[in-house]
Design a protein around this ligand. Structure first.
Ligand code: GLN
Length: 295
């Protein structure tokens, strides 16, 4: 009988995923194999010539087949990496994207310009990745993170616990700001962050199969023009931002101009910026509220 070593398997799976046009086939093969074998990725290479047991081969075959059908690797292995941290994911939440790391980076930079404990609100938290990454990198925070989907919040709970952030992040179930209103302890925030659903009806149809068929529609789709959630956030944001506080949101690749105008129309922001990501797409909208002496 043929012996399947880690090396042989890696090559075989990489080729299989390449033939099925899966993105990053080598990395995907490594992630699947290290998940099945309970090894770190680097250990696949230090144990390159080890044979793999039949039982594990069967488990791998099943996952590789699903990956070949465009099921996201992060769902198959139950986790992903975000801002150099492990984040648990399930099909109940969107998989954190590398572009969203830019939002965390800008948020942390903003927090470092301020003093004292910072009160933050993270809307549409999903897996909780933004709240967790902020709290890990700027510990002097209290974060309220909300989501309308209880199943997604259950994933956020696990991430908050895994990173031991229960005393910094409070997760609340409900639509955008709704669950915050009865919270008498926190009225206004120093920073509001959000990666809301922002895909338009036309874009939704054109999403890659791995996104459209597997990730929650609720986390992606935001009405005909993809702006539904921004409208509802921007309408209420002045009630929740302190003077001098900031609103930072992830936005779609071509939404910069429209979002900028929506933010300008509120009349509460001294400074509004639209920033592009590394692919030159609009990605982050940041707006800083007037300070008391500017009013
Ligand atoms: N950027 C995501 C995508 O490409 C969409 C994220 C969102 O709607 N928040 O699928």
């Amino acid at each position: 009988m043929e012996t399947w070593t880690i090396q042989k398997l890696l090559n075989w799976v990489t080729q299989y995923l390449t033939d099925k046009s899966i993105d990053s086939p080598r990395l995907s093969a490594e992630l699947l194999l290290s998940h099945i074998l309970g090894l770190k990725r680097i250990e696949l290479y230090t144990q390159y010539n080890q044979p793999v047991a039949k039982q594990e081969l069967e488990k791998l075959r099943e996952l590789v087949k699903r990956a070949g059908g465009h099921e996201p690797i992060a769902y198959l292995v139950g986790k992903t990496e975000f801002y150099s941290m492990e984040i648990i994911v399930t099909p109940d939440c969107m998989i954190p994207r590398p572009e969203t790391e830019l939002l965390v980076q800008r948020a942390v930079e903003f927090l470092r310009t301020r003093n004292g404990i910072q009160f933050i609100c993270d809307l549409c938290t999903g897996s909780g990745c933004i709240a967790v990454a902020i709290a890990k990198n700027y510990p002097n925070v209290r974060i309220i993170a909300t989501d309308i989907c209880d199943a997604a919040l259950a994933v956020a709970v696990k991430n908050v616990e895994m990173h031991c952030l229960q005393d910094k992040i409070k997760l609340l179930s409900g639509d955008l700001f709704d669950p915050i209103i009865p919270q008498l302890d926190v009225g206004k925030f120093d920073l509001i962050v959000c990666n809301p659903p922002y895909v338009s009806a036309a874009e939704y149809e054109k999403l890659d199969k791995n996104v459209r068929d597997y990730e929650p529609r609720l986390a992606l789709y935001a009405g005909d023009d993809g702006m539904d959630i921004y409208r509802r956030i921007i309408e209420k944001v002045d009630q929740f931002l302190k003077p001098d506080a900031a609103l930072m949101m992830e936005i779609g690749y071509a939404q910069g101009q429209t979002i900028k105008e929506m933010l300008e129309q509120t009349g509460i922001f001294a400074e509004i910026k639209i920033e592009k990501d590394s692919h030159n797409n609009d990605r982050i909208a940041s707006a800083k509220r007037y300070s008391l002496d500017q009013i």
